[in-house]
Design a protein around this ligand. Structure first.
Ligand SMILES: Cc1ncc(COP(=O)(O)O)c(C=O)c1O
Length: 386
């Protein structure tokens, strides 16, 4: 093990399980410090949708770095303008304003502040099993108790309703509601896909009460679910759209997108030193162009359908359900997922969990078909022999 390797654990909050020291990547392949190769079935947590070292992202960052590394957002900058225009050109015409930040949780914080300020209301309705981040506001919108308890008191005014239960939503959304905040597919909570009925109901009840509807597409956004944005599948357009993870091909970024009308009603200020920095915008522009040109949403849809076909063969006595959309797939076991993740790692495939019983697959959307087939075959194998 190299001296810079995982033996010295000085990182605050580093996970307990045995950590690999991954030093290099090429598309969906990652190499550790011993030269062993792994296939990324989720190691990049959905942020590496374009692969671990996409040459177009690397070139965009390097080229921009030679022009200008940093500029405060109070000044105009051509790469930021081009990135924002490109992003808006891919969204329905109702979206007109973007707040740029550096992560998913920051983009959610912005959505919470925008919603409260522009409606003059305080209540936020979110969903059970939802995950929106780990800073105090986004953590308040997150559901899992054990993530929240050590940090209480959190921000008041948040209520959670059962996911995919329109009646519960109807009774929760009222005249004091600023925002209904939902993931179209719940990721961390176990890969649960929203029903069309639920999302339509959310739109209706938000409109009826004067609340805003916000979709957290931090994980589902930018092609992951087989559409550029997951909401396109159902045609339910939110007032606030929250993006991060793969928006800039793995370079840190967050975006909170909203309408002119909401922006006009916003009172107060919100700002981030690094939000909208030239490096992230250059990477974001390159990532959007790459995703559209390479038709990655269609690819995600096709490879995802293939996965569900293969995983349909998993033994029912061990598997409760296979769920997901596109290349966002959850395999729920009847027991713990951890031994299967370890067995996959042994075979050279890195997947992640979503709760204690779900193996989650979030490969790069660019994963070569052969590696994807090998990954699925490895999962079948570890389940059968486990
Ligand atoms: C749906 C969703 N929202 C928000 C976040 C928080 O994003 P970040 O880790 O970039 O703060 C995540 C992270 O996994 C997420 O999946």
């Amino acid at each position: 093990m190299s001296p810079s390797g995982p033996a010295r654990n000085v990182e605050f909050g580093a996970s307990e399980h045995v950590r690999l020291n991954l030093v290099r990547g090429e598309n969906a392949r990652l190499w550790d410090d011993q030269g062993r190769a792994y296939v990324d079935l989720g190691a990049t947590h959905g942020a590496g949708s374009l692969g671990a070292a996409n040459p177009e992202i690397a070139a965009a960052v390097a080229d921009q770095g030679r022009e200008m590394v940093y500029l405060g957002s109070g000044y105009a900058n051509p790469v930021r303008t081009r990135f924002l225009e490109r992003l808006l050109s891919l969204l329905p015409g109702s979206f007109a304003r973007v707040f740029l930040s550096n992560s998913g949780t920051e983009a959610i914080e912005a959505a919470l502040k925008i919603a409260r300020s522009s409606t003059g209301r305080t209540k936020i309705v979110a969903a059970m099993r939802g995950f929106h981040g780990r800073t105090m506001g986004s953590l308040s919108a997150t559901w899992r108790r054990e993530l929240k308890e050590p940090f209480e008191p959190l921000v008041p005014g948040f209520v959670h309703v059962p996911f995919n239960d329109p009646r519960a939503l109807e009774s929760a959304v009222d005249e004091s509601t600023a925002l209904v905040l939902l993931e179209p597919v719940q990721g961390e909570g176990g890969v649960h896909v929203a029903t069309e009925e639920f999302l339509r109901a959310a739109r209706t009840f938000a409109d009826r009460s004067g609340a805003l509807l916000g979709f957290d597409e931090v994980q589902t956004g930018i092609g992951r679910t087989g559409r550029l944005f997951a909401f396109e599948r159902w045609g339910v357009v939110p007032d606030l759209l929250v993006l991060a993870k793969s928006l800039a091909g793995g370079v840190p970024i967050g975006a909170t997108v909203t309408t002119e009308e909401v922006a006009e009603r916003f009172r107060g200020s919100h700002h981030s030193t690094f939000g909208g920095n030239p490096l992230a915008c250059a990477a974001g522009l390159a990532a959007l162009n790459f995703t559209v040109r390479e038709r990655l949403p269609e690819r995600a849809e096709r490879l995802g359908a293939r996965a569900r076909e293969v995983l349909g063969g998993l033994p029912a006595e061990k598997i409760r359900e296979v769920r997901g959309l596109g290349l966002m797939i959850g395999v729920e076991f009847r027991g713990k997922a951890a031994p299967y993740l370890a067995a996959l790692q042994e075979r050279g495939f890195l997947a992640i969990s979503a709760g204690s019983t779900v193996v989650r697959l979030l490969p790069p959307l660019t994963i070569p078909e052969r590696e994807w087939e090998e990954g699925l075959a490895a999962l079948l194998e570890v389940v059968e022999s486990g």
